[in-house]
Design a protein around this ligand. Structure first.
Ligand code: ADP
Ligand code: MG
Length: 478
């Protein structure tokens, strides 16, 4: 029998606000344990939470970008559970009335695009960290993360392959960075993903029993885990083994999903509205003003690059990978008005360079003026693009303060189409190779290539091969 894979995601997104969700403690990462913990983070009796307006605004902005309906009337609920890194004994979250409802995110897999439906996005707070590997007999608690504002985005069970899961996470990550809502860095835990996976007979409209793989911290692991889990479920079904809803963990070393605990029902959490936090009404004027402040979204930018600047779709994909890339493209292209040249440069030279140096564009220490001058040499046919990338660019990287034009002159890379210069080279190559001249005269026309190569070598790449041909043939025929 053939099976369909069905996946729904629950993605936790740490917001990049300055302070925590319900108190003034600064957000921190990798700092000394328990240095950002006020009495509120510690849940001392009598302390009261205060809503962070930035959390609400960032939630609305994400909702607007995903075409969600923004809930006008919002309140927070308490979700109770016991955990050593949750001092209050409950998490502040939103249960029945999430801030964003519906919406979709478009992804593209193998050239086919698909709108993945979103169920809702709600606001909540992160717990602290329990650390088990720093002491031989004790577990340690760090509350720096406790109270970090989170959004939880829940999709419909709308994804149908591990590749779609990978693409969804990648697209969401990109969007979050564009609209400055989160750094979405999964390695740091700023974004974590639970994958709900089930399988069903191909084409069936009834969903199968699902398992939930918790807390995946990379796109690749999410992809691997979904693939493994779907296979595992199919095998069980084929062998007549029934299974019930389970919470799983993905073991990245063994590349296997493993049982974590039986899944709790919602009733265990005893949700109720948090009486310490007043309801929040979001006006349509406020939503409109956030809409106006919204930066250009990655897919809008991509369409612009393809339609207005005539770039290939795959190139536009690379340039919209990171807001920095697109900005850089526009800065250079504004001066050069040569989208293809600028795009080729960014994709084939700049990105490999910054990735091998492990830096970002702003750390390159080569100014836009220098890059414009460098590209202008290619645009004006003063240097061939292959010589530029093989010789001038590496030289510029070693001499970051120098002018590309001066460097090109010193290295004798400037194309010299001066007639006398070209003629001298042709004459000397002809007189040095009488055997090949004789071959040519006997009718072996493809020795032309040999002569062009020899002339180019003599010129050290400093002439344009296209200008040689006619002069060369003329000289050979004499
Ligand atoms: P819970 O409250 O138990 O976590 P939800 O109904 O809120 O369950 O769904 C959580 C996630 O599981 C959603 O992303 C949803 O799309 C997904 N999901 C629900 N049913 C299935 C299923 N049969 N197969 C795969 N994913 C599912
Ligand atoms: Mg859930």
């Amino acid at each position: 029998m053939r099976y369909d894979t069905v996946v729904g995601l629950e993605v936790h997104i740490q917001l990049n606000t300055a302070t925590k969700a319900f108190c003034g403690d600064a957000l921190s990462f990798g700092e000394k344990a328990n240095t950002h913990v006020s009495a509120i983070s510690l849940a001392h009796p009598g302390t009261l939470p205060v809503v962070n307006k930035n959390q609400i605004d960032k939630a609305i902005q994400l909702g607007l970008a995903l075409n969600c309906k923004i809930n006008e009337y919002n309140f927070f609920d308490r979700k109770h559970y016991f955990y050593p890194d949750l001092p209050k004994g409950y998490q502040i979250t939103q249960d029945n009335e999430p801030i964003c409802i519906g919406g979709h995110l478009e992804i593209s897999v193998n050239g086919r695009s698909k709108k993945v439906k979103i169920h809702h996005i709600h606001m909540e707070e992160d717990a602290g960290k329990t650390i088990h590997d720093q002491h031989k007999s004790l577990s340690l608690v760090d509350l720096n993360r406790a109270g970090t504002p989170l959004l939880e985005l829940v999709t419909e069970p709308d994804l149908s392959s591990s590749e779609e899961v990978y693409q969804f996470i990648a697209e969401l990550q990109k969007l979050l960075r564009y609209i400055d809502v989160s750094d979405a860095d999964m390695e740091k835990g700023s974004m974590r993903c639970d994958c709900n996976v089930s399988v069903k007979p191909a084409g069936s409209t009834t969903l199968g029993e699902r398992c939930e793989i918790k807390n995946l911290n990379s796109k690749r692991f999410a992809k691997e885990a979904v693939e493994y889990e779907a296979k595992r479920q199919i095998e069980m079904i084929e062998n007549g083994i029934s299974f019930s809803k389970q919470t799983l963990h993905y073991n990245v070393e063994q590349k296997k999903t493993q049982a974590l605990r039986e899944k709790e029902g919602a009733e265990d959490y005893r949700y109720f509205p948090d009486p310490d936090l007043a309801p929040i009404k979001i006006s349509s004027e406020h939503v409109d003003s956030l809409k106006e402040q919204m930066p250009k979204l990655p897919w809008v930018l991509k369409a612009e690059l393809v339609e207005r600047h005539q770039l290939k779709s795959e190139h536009a994909d690379v340039l919209t990978q990171d807001p920095d890339f697109g900005n850089y493209f526009f800065e250079l292209n504004h001066v050069l008005q040569a989208p293809q040249l600028v795009s080729n440069f960014i994709i084939n030279q700049l990105l490999p360079t910054i990735s091998s140096l492990d830096i970002n564009i702003s750390q390159l220490e080569i100014s836009n003026e220098q890059v414009v001058q460098y590209l202008d040499l290619i645009k004006a046919n003063k240097i061939s693009s292959s010589i530029a990338s093989q010789r001038l660019w590496p030289s510029l990287l070693e001499n970051k303060q120098r002018s590309p034009l001066e460097l090109a002159q010193e290295l004798e890379l400037i194309i010299n189409d001066d007639d006398d210069f070209v003629q001298t080279l042709i004459d000397s190559v002809i007189s040095e190779n009488p055997a090949q001249v004789a071959q040519y005269k006997r009718g072996k026309k493809n020795v032309i290539g040999f002569f062009v190569g020899a002339i180019m070598r003599k010129s050290k790449g400093a002439i344009n091969p296209k200008t040689i041909q006619s002069k060369l043939i003329e000289a050979l025929n004499n």
